[in-house]
Structures are given as C-alpha cells and as structure tokens.
Design a binder for this molecule. Sequence first.
Ligand code: SF4
Ligand code: F3S
Ligand code: FES
Length: 248
Amino acid sequence: MGYRGHFRVWRGDSSGGGLEDFTVEVNEGEVVLDVIHRLQATQAADLAVRWNCKAGKCGSCSAEVNGRPRLLCMTRMSVFAEDETVTVTPMRTFPVIRDLVTDVSYNYTKAREIPAFQPPEGVPPGEYRMSQVDVERSQEFRKCIECFLCQNTCHVIRDHEENKEAFAGPRFLMRVAELEMHPLDEGDRVGAAQSAHGLGLCNITKCCTEVCPEHIKITDNALIPMKERVADRRYDPIVWLGNKLFRR
Ligand code: SF4
Ligand code: F3S
Ligand code: FES
C-alpha cells in the first residue's frame, strides 16, 4: 500500500541553499531514488540528482539520508517509518554543484597522484604469473564502485578541508595497498603511502569501512596492513633494505 511520505531535500548551489519540505507518494518496494525521481516528475522538475544504474553498481547516486552517507538507489524506503521525515542532502565533504550533485573531482586528482602498476622489467604482458591468494586479495579491493562514500565519511577531510591536499583518503590509500600487495609491482608504495598520500593522518576510526556499499574491509585489509609495513620499515630499515635488494 502506498502512502504520502514526508521529505526534506537540500536545494541550492555553490552560492548557498537550504532544506525544502515535500510530501511525495511512496509505494511498496521503492528506494529513496524512486521517490526523488517522482519528486522531479511531479513537483521539482529542475531538482539535480546524479544516478545511472539504479542497481548499486555505478557509484553515482551517493548522498546523505538522515545524515548517513548512502547510495540513494540502495536505500529502501521500508527502513523508515511512514510518518518519519526523510532528509536527503548532498555529500558534505565535496563542494555542491547543484542540489544533490557534488563536485567529486578531488577524488580524480587523488587517483592521478598514484603512479600506475609498475611491472617487472623484461616480463612481457601475457607472461605475468601470480598465485591465486594474491589474485583474491586484489579482487576484494577491485570491487570498489568509486561511490566515494568512504571519502565523504572520513573525518580527516570531512571536518578538515585543509587536509585534502595531503590526504588521499581511504579509497586511494586502498589502491596504494592493492599495488603494494601485488607480487609483481615494483613501485615503492610504502614510502609513498606515508609521504605522498597521507597514510599517517588515518587514525583507524573505521568509519570508511562502515559505509562501504561493497562491504570492502578497507581498514582491516588495506589501511592497517599498510601501516604495519610503514612501521616495519621505520623500526627496521636494514631488514627493509635487505628485502628490497634480495627478495626479488
Ligand atoms: Fe565506495 Fe567502498 Fe569504493 Fe569507498 S571503497 S569508493 S565506499 S565502494
Ligand atoms: Fe578515515 Fe577510514 Fe582511516 S575513516 S581515519 S581512512 S580508518
Ligand atoms: Fe548506480 Fe545508485 S544509481 S549506484
């Protein structure tokens, strides 16, 4: 059975804005994105919202619902009481373009700062070999849909704009970890994680892991192992140098 739901949606642009109240029809089985689309169709034709797949796979519809970072297409209306006001706001960590759409270019800048996979010299593509356990480790990280909800949630940049320059954020520190754990990658990822990508600013609050719609264990499987590698190197540089020179 459908009902009339109460919604509060942030409207505005880079110069400012505020919350607007709407009453919108909600039907059984719908997600928040369905209601936002009905709002567009019936009352607010110019409401800006970014989306593509409506299946939790493109990572476009990230926003905040009742203050929690969520994918709008994966947030069922059934989790809210019928008389509850559902507040939908844009991701807070990134600058607003309009309404629910933010400028996520910070993330692309951070992605570009990570040097690409560096394969061993003299091994032609097609001749790379790695064991299944290494493949599986990378595969968890490669489930990332780049929704940037983890980036939006991490307090290091959510509450401190000034840290954006120095901090790559959980998604991209995870990319550095993926390359570091790749048995064929020759890059110095450990040193760069700390110096260029700001790993030291992460204090393991795990908020990034909590919001990841792909349930990637970002903190336990990427960030903490990287921190351990940084610590190993710091406390035992001779061992590190020895490993670097003789292991490969
Ligand atoms: Fe989104 Fe998870 Fe990827 Fe972060 S790690 S961008 S939360 S899918
Ligand atoms: Fe931020 Fe995740 Fe570390 S939320 S502080 S990157 S554990
Ligand atoms: Fe693709 Fe929501 S529309 S993840």
